[in-house]
Design a protein around this ligand. Structure first.
Ligand code: FAD
Length: 520
């Protein structure tokens, strides 16, 4: 007997439960009440409320279990907390993520050896660092006149603040030392400043990291027309005879059964690798699908603040960021096309001498993310004859750093040493370039365009050009080469798409009501 747990029909079917998919659920709940919404997530629920950041789980053992449960087919593999620790050359995922097991590199190409994913309610945003800087210069999407307003909406949905670590010891000092070597000649928006972060403090002072739970908010959770189905793999987007999206096919991972759910709109927010995978598996294969894949090459370095003494400070918490830690932002500019994230750490990433106690907050990890030189041939392709561990078409990543990428990386290496020396005494002999994929910021694979010219997959509203009713969400939609952390921008783009659906559904409901009145 079938144990179907899904509705037969909904207005909107949403694939994935990361922050961008959750943006659709939130905006529709706010702006189109009464619309039925079903969200399908392949991974399990690992936190409460569903989608909450696992760092908010106080108990270390439960937190570790939640991370393991998010690692899909990779669960059980060794993970690595700090990106710098991959210096040993090993391929290791960060906790809560798993690596593409094969097809990540081909002879003569750089590949993307540490391309990673998360499979859990909340997606990668149950594990992220929550840095939410705004894009600047050429990172911005020139054909979107309302981008600034959308970014403000995204700040609201993610709960972004630049003041979470105002009390951290030495954060003013770090920013001051960076500003002295960076700010000259820069407009105010591009000067050194506190990193905007998606975090808030509870009344008792404890930190809460935003995940999809914050994006969804009470308005989604309390919406009687919204349902979230975990452990549900969407295997196909259904397309009606007229070419319009008509629903989804979903495999219940608990029972193994497959079902169809009819929907007027389908939103796929299944990350920048699996969104194009699902479209491909559905026979939706626009020329730009999977192309212009880009990751932000990352250079890391560490320094120890000079001339600082321990201040009174709370006990260090677990994780890369704790009560001691400030995060400074050196914004991207078109002239210096890297984005700087300078984090005070509570422990040294390299062992110091035993008789050399660490002043909390005095070790500074520096990271520069570089904007990629976009190439059409950089792509995630899919193999119809091979399956991944979920039974979906296997991914094949073709990825190369160009001469320009190497030039930018060399400039980033020099810049990071300059910044490291400005704040203190370098702990590293030289900066380290992480393997491609380390940024966890994959973009471009379902890119937005101003026109359907074969170079983009979706419209400025995120609707797939050739398939009305089908929307894509996530970092893959971002068409520019950003160096800054992309989630805020991807959420902003999702706000626009969600509003388009809300408007269309609301006006069609109004029209059908007036039709009823006319025929009475
Ligand atoms: P995701 O959050 O990846 O969610 C996609 C979801 O879709 C997943 O849960 C997946 O299981 C599900 N899914 C996939 N395929 C299917 C299918 N066929 N059927 C059903 N469900 C499916 N970004 C920043 O901007 N700032 C940061 O500071 C930052 N730090 C990070 C640190 C770490 C350690 C990690 C892991 C990530 C970090 N990121 C950061 C990246 C950030 O988490 C992602 O950009 C963001 O989560 C992307 O949101 P999304 O909704 O597009 O996709």
């Amino acid at each position: 007997m079938s144990s179907r747990r899904y509705p037969d029909t909904v207005d909107v079917a949403i694939v994935g439960s990361g922050p961008t998919a959750s943006t659709y659920a939130r905006i529709l709940s706010e702006e189109a009440p009464g619309v039925t919404i079903a969200m399908f997530e392949v991974g399990p629920t690992v936190s409460s409320p569903p989608g909450a950041h696992v760092k908010n789980i106080g108990d270390a053992k439960r937190r570790s279990l939640a991370q393991r449960a998010s690692e899909g087919p990779g669960a059980g593999a060794e993970t690595v907390n700090s990106p710098g620790a991959v210096k040993s050359g090993e391929r290791r995922a960060r906790p809560g993520t798993y690596l593409l097991p094969d097809g990540y590199a081909f002879p003569g190409e750089d590949g993307m050896p540490v391309a990673a994913m998360s499979s859990n309610v909340g997606g990668m945003a149950a594990h992220w660092t929550a840095a939410c800087p705004r894009p600047g210069g050429q990172e911005r999407i020139a054909f979107l006149p309302d981008l600034e307003q959308l970014l403000e909406d995204a700040d609201r949905l993610l709960g972004v603040t630049a003041h979470a670590f105002d009390g951290a010891p030495f954060s003013d000092l770090v920013r001051g030392r960076l500003a002295a070597v960076v700010d000259e000649g820069r407009d105010r928006a591009y000067r050194v400043q506190p990193m905007p972060l998606a975090v808030h403090r509870r009344k008792d002072g404890g930190l809460v990291w935003s995940g999809s739970d914050v994006v969804m908010g009470g308005v989604t959770r309390d919406n009687p027309e919204f349902e979230l189905f975990d452990e549900s793999l969407v295997t196909r987007v259904l397309v009606d005879d007229d070419g319009r999206a008509g629903g989804i096919e979903v495999q219940d991972r608990r029972s193994g059964e497959s079902h169809q759910v009819a929907a007027r709109y389908v939103v796929v927010g299944a990350d920048a690798l699996r969104t194009p995978q699902l479209l491909w598996a559905s026979g939706i294969r626009p020329a730009a699908l999977g192309r212009y894949l880009n990751d932000q090459a990352q250079v890391v370095f560490a320094s120890r603040l000079r001339d600082v003494e321990a201040e009174h400070s709370p006990t260090a918490a677990d994780g890369a960021l704790s009560e001691q830690s400030g995060v400074a932002w050196v914004p991207y500019t078109d002239d210096a096309p890297f984005h700087g994230q300078i984090m005070q750490l509570d422990a040294s990433p390299v062992p110091l001498a035993e008789d050399d106690p660490i002043v909390p907050g005095s070790i500074v990890g520096l990271g520069l993310f570089c904007a990629k030189d976009l190439q059409r041939d950089d792509r995630v392709a899919f193999d119809d004859d091979a399956r991944d561990s979920y039974g979906m078409p296997a991914m094949r990543i073709h990825y190369r750093l160009t001469g320009r990428d190497h030039d930018v990386l060399e400039r980033a290496r020099q810049e990071i040493v300059r910044l490291g020396k400005a704040v203190g005494e370098p702990l590293d002999e030289r900066p380290f370039v992480l393997p491609p994929g380390s940024s966890l910021h994959y973009q471009g694979t379902t890119r937005m365009g101003a026109a359907d010219d074969g170079e983009s997959v979706c419209s400025p509203d995120s609707q797939v050009w050739q398939v009305p009713g089908l929307f894509v969400a996530g970092n893959g939609v971002i068409p520019t080469a950003t160096a800054c952390n992309p989630t805020l921008t991807a959420v902003a783009l999702a706000v626009r798409g969600a509003r388009r659906i809300a408007e269309e559904i609301t006006s069609s409901l109004l029209m059908s009501k007036s039709d009823i009145r006319l025929t009475k």
